[in-house]
Design a protein around this ligand. Structure first.
Ligand SMILES: [Zn+2]
Length: 424
């Protein structure tokens, strides 16, 4: 696929992705193991790798039960949210109200009751629900046609950004199929039991620095998150991006860069960008030297297309779009937020760019058991397409005589970042 065969290999990257395709949830032993494996890979190149730890909110749920008591009796499978409030040991007997998307009119008279809400509880939905003071929140996931043994019931988390702003609650998740039954059969009274504990865990960023030969005071930052969610082997999202930047590190080790390069593999991205938030906070002073953040998040589906999202001044999008055309690389370039570790950098004034290869509809899966390379919808060749684009782009900007991207974030983008981080 490329003309840098001595230093960069999509096949080697893909093999490393397969080797690291196991569930790597924030603060778990597997996340720690993956960090160690990535650090080993860096050290085998003869470079130094630092594993920087940070505290991340986590917790355990040892029991979650939902039993309908009237007008019929039935126990349903539910998962408790990580960092849900626990119930008393015998559970809570509650009246059930289906509140759809939790509009104010849906929430009338919900105080002290259990509310069943559509799909995922977003920040704004959580805000509205908490004002109504229910005793428990039930969300649902999956599709009403799912067969139980083919789909895992999501384990979700009450994020600190939510609970910090609006307080915590008893929260469980049920399948969409069962949610449908609850509403169709008019479930009115139920008992919910959650045994849960909340605590701080330790998560890790893997970091490596290569000093620049000509402009050491200007740093280009590379990032990719290596954690996954429950039930997902996290190959597509995002060991694919992690191994792509590993190949870039290999390239720049062999071809010393004019600017300083910071390579970071972030932990706990899936829990709200915790790794990149921790890194930008711990290295706030250094960030004034960062001229660009390059993030890779999702790659490798055979049937897919290349997307690039820029977060900077308006000119940045045009520059990248023109470069892709000049190189003859098919990539859609947009100026927009990409929900990944690039956001905390943009929030600190560092322009950021996200490279990804999205699967065509129905051909690639994230955040579930089908994010698994053994299913055959990913390939080294497809991963190589993104690798090639990121490498071509990176070589040019890293070694440019004058850095081509202004260190500026447009007001419109600042506004989007503020909204994304729930400040507006
Ligand atoms: Zn991701």
């Amino acid at each position: 696929m490329n003309n840098h065969s001595e230093t960069v290999s999509a096949e080697r990257a893909y093999a490393l992705m397969e080797k690291l395709s196991f569930t790597r949830v924030s603060c778990s032993e597997e996340e720690t193991r993956a960090a160690a494996m990535l650090a080993d890979e860096v050290r085998e190149m003869g470079l130094e790798a630092d594993i920087e730890t940070f505290e991340a909110s986590c917790g355990t749920v040892t029991e979650a039960k939902l039993t309908v008591l009237a007008p019929y009796e039935k126990e349903y499978e539910v998962t408790g949210y990580i960092r849900s409030d626990p119930t008393p040991g015998e559970g809570l007997e509650l009246e059930l109200v289906y509140v759809e998307n939790a509009l104010p009119a849906n929430l009338i008279g919900c105080e002290g009751k259990a509310v069943l809400v559509n799909g995922r509880v977003t920040y704004r939905i959580f805000e509205r629900i908490m004002k109504a003071k229910p005793a428990a929140i039930i969300s649902f996931s999956g599709a009403v046609t799912d067969e139980k043994d083919e789909v895992d019931l999501d384990i979700r988390k009450l994020r600190e950004t939510y609970s910090g702003a609006f307080g915590s609650a008893v929260m469980v998740n049920i399948s969409a199929k069962d949610a449908l039954e609850l509403v169709l059969k008019g479930a009115k009274k139920l008992r919910i039991t959650v045994k849960a504990e909340s605590f701080d865990g330790v998560s890790r960023n893997v970091c490596c620095r290569i000093p620049g030969t000509e402009f050491p005071g200007e740093t280009v930052s590379f990032g990719a998150h290596y954690d996954s969610v429950f039930f997902s082997k996290g190959a597509y999202d995002n060991m694919s991006g992690s191994v792509i930047i590993m190949e870039l590190l290999r390239y720049f080790r062999a071809n010393p860069p004019k600017r300083t390069l910071q390579f970071n593999w972030y932990g706990s991205e899936e829990q709200g960008l915790l790794g990149s938030k921790a890194w930008t906070k711990a290295h706030e002073e250094e960030l004034k030297d960062h001229v660009l953040m390059i993030n890779v998040d999702v790659a490798a589906p055979v049937l897919g297309s290349e997307r690039i999202m820029t977060m900077g001044a308006d000119a940045m999008q045009n520059y990248v779009d023109a470069m892709m055309k000049e190189l003859g690389k098919p990539a859609e370039v947009k100026a927009d937020i990409y929900s990944s570790d690039s956001v905390p950098f943009a929030d600190h004034g560092v322009p950021a760019i996200n490279f990804c290869r999205f699967g065509a509809p129905g051909t690639a899966f994230i955040h579930e058991r089908r994010d698994d390379p053994s299913l055959g919808y990913m390939s080294a060749e497809a991963l190589g397409k993104t690798l090639d684009i990121v490498l071509e782009f990176s070589k040019r900007v890293v070694n440019a005589p004058v850095f081509p991207i202004e260190r500026k974030i447009s007001d419109e983008m600042k506004d989007k970042v503020d909204k994304y981080l729930f400040r507006k």
